[in-house]
Design a protein around this ligand. Structure first.
Ligand SMILES: *Cc1c(COP(=O)(O)O)cnc(C)c1O
Length: 496
């Protein structure tokens, strides 16, 4: 089992500025050998400078070691199990990275004319088609650069749709299980959020939606499966309720990993959905790197899609840049293209059967963990789950141990903690999403460690309060860390 960080040759690392030594240099340009040219005479004054204030003087090897060491402090999917619920931290096959770094893709200039970019345009055009097929939508834009950005794009299109009808609507219904980005995106798009409670078994009830649905409401915005990892069984009825009053149904598709290839959101009455390519369709994410949040829509919303979009005429591909009702651009150029390449490679490699198998395996893995741990951890919604399961710290809280303590202790055992304290409807939530890419051996190791931690909570609760103990940095005061960040590794000669 992968235990603790201190066992390897992990080096302390100062800031690169602290490694600086006056006059040390990484690259020494060759002396100018053009006779008669004095740089200060030929380069305009405004472009000349003596040096960069505060720029570190370091050797090339200092730079290489600095960044290599920092990279070793990181925990990623390639390091170990990363069951961060709602984030779908699946393993990203390296072949996708190869595809994305092919020079024809990676070095393509965004201003290159269509006759030189046929391959890239074809990839975008076909990817739109695959996503439309998977979701049951009629048209797709690849522009938005993250899930939340896709939500905003969808909401702006819905807003434009109602304005175009001459009857603007200003409200969005959002269930209490929603991801925080849903109300945030709605507010950003100019809507007022109407919250609605999920009931009993963690599902949204059509009656609850019906009581708040009116003709000022543009849409209901739900997530299926929802953030409790449960399938919204009433979605068709909810959609009918909303449609009857002329409203639309937005589905946050970040949890698509549970349903792709199994069911089509379009068939359930969804009018608009965003995909998180960086979750479902395999792109390394989590450190704030680029993402991609394409949006699929049904026909009535299609005229409002952002431009440009890839088009096909005979066997020629092009970019269509104008459309009278388009909401305009969501992103410079065409979005985060390299993420599209990864998603395309992933979908092509898996094929229709593979896509479905990935979803089914993700569901199986989550249910396996749920069943194995439900004696040791409180399971607030004890039903069949989709791709993630949500426990709470109710049992452990009896001996003063909290979700945070359990999460921190997991780090000592070499696992990334699950999502904590979300969804908000579960007090002390521990939201575990194993994804389809983990082996049974890894799942069993995780389960064994979780059981061990439950045992530690009973017998030695104080010990858990002090964890993690095997990492470079131990338990931090998270509030203070946020309010008074120590941006220097050694402050007053001691570790923060
Ligand atoms: C991750 C996630 C989002 C936001 O996606 P980003 O790419 O992080 O903007 C929205 N909704 C749900 C349910 C998510 O899991």
């Amino acid at each position: 089992m992968s235990l603790g960080a201190k066992k390897g040759a992990y080096m302390d690392e100062p800031l690169i500025f602290e490694r600086s030594s006056k006059g040390r240099n990484g690259v020494e340009p060759a002396a100018l050998d053009v006779p008669g040219v004095v740089p200060s005479k030929v380069i305009p004054k405004g472009l000349l400078r003596d040096g960069l204030d505060g720029f570190p003087d370091v050797a090339e090897i200092d730079v290489v070691r600095h960044y290599t060491r920092l990279s070793q402090w990181n925990f990623g999917v390639d390091t170990g199990f990363y069951p961060l619920g709602s984030c779908t931290m699946k393993y990203n096959p390296k072949i996708n990275e190869e595809a994305a770094s092919l020079p024809g893709f990676a070095k393509l200039h965004p201003y290159a004319p269509a006759e030189f970019t046929q391959g890239a345009l074809r990839l975008m055009y076909e990817l739109e088609g695959y996503l439309a097929e998977i979701s049951g939508m009629d048209a797709v834009t690849l522009q938005p650069s993250a899930g939340a950005h896709g939500e905003l794009c969808g909401l702006l299109m819905m807003s434009a749709y109602f304005r175009d009808k001459g009857r603007p609507r200003n409200k969005i219904i959002i269930p209490d299980t929603a991801h925080g980005t849903n109300p945030a995106s709605s507010a950003l798009a100019g809507f007022t959020v109407v919250p609605v409670k999920s009931e009993g078994k963690g599902l949204l009830m059509p009656e609850a939606v019906a009581t708040v649905m009116d003709e000022d409401t543009a849409a209901v915005m739900l997530t299926n499966p929802n953030t409790l990892g449960l399938f919204e069984r009433n979605i068709k009825e909810i959609a009918e309720t909303v449609h009857r009053k002329g409203g639309l149904v937005y589905c946050d598709g970040a949890n698509m990993n549970a349903v792709m290839g199994i069911m089509k959101l379009g068939a359930m009455g969804v009018d608009c959905v965003q995909f998180n390519l960086h979750k479902t369709f395999s792109t390394p994410h989590g450190g704030g790197g680029p993402g991609s949040g394409p949006v699929g829509v049904k026909k009535p919303l299609a005229p409002f899609l952002p431009m440009p979009r890839a088009a096909k005429d005979g066997d020629k591909y092009s970019l269509v840049s104008t459309s009278p009702k388009s909401i305009g651009r969501m992103k410079s150029f065409y979005g985060n293209f390299s993420i599209m390449v990864r998603a395309y490679a992933y979908i092509r490699r898996l094929g229709a059967e593979g896509i479905k198998k990935a979803a089914v395996t993700a569901i199986l893995n989550a249910n396996y963990i749920k069943e194995k741990l439900k004696g040791d951890y409180h399971l607030p919604y004890d039903t069949f789950c989709m791709h993630e399961c949500v426990f709470s710290d109710k049992f452990q809280s009896e001996s003063g141990v909290s979700t945070m303590d359990i999460a921190k202790r997991l780090i000592d055992y070499g696992f990334h903690p699950p999502t904590v304290y979300f969804p908000l409807v579960v007090r002390g939530a521990l939201m575990i999403e194993p994804t389809e890419t983990e082996t049974l051996t890894t799942l069993d190791e995780f389960i064994e460690v979780m059981k061990k931690i439950a045992e530690e909570a009973r017998t030695n609760p104080q010990f858990l309060k002090d964890s993690p103990t095997t990492t470079k940095v131990g338990r931090v005061d998270e509030t203070r860390a946020a309010r008074e960040p120590v941006l220097r590794w050694r402050e007053n000669g001691r570790e923060p």
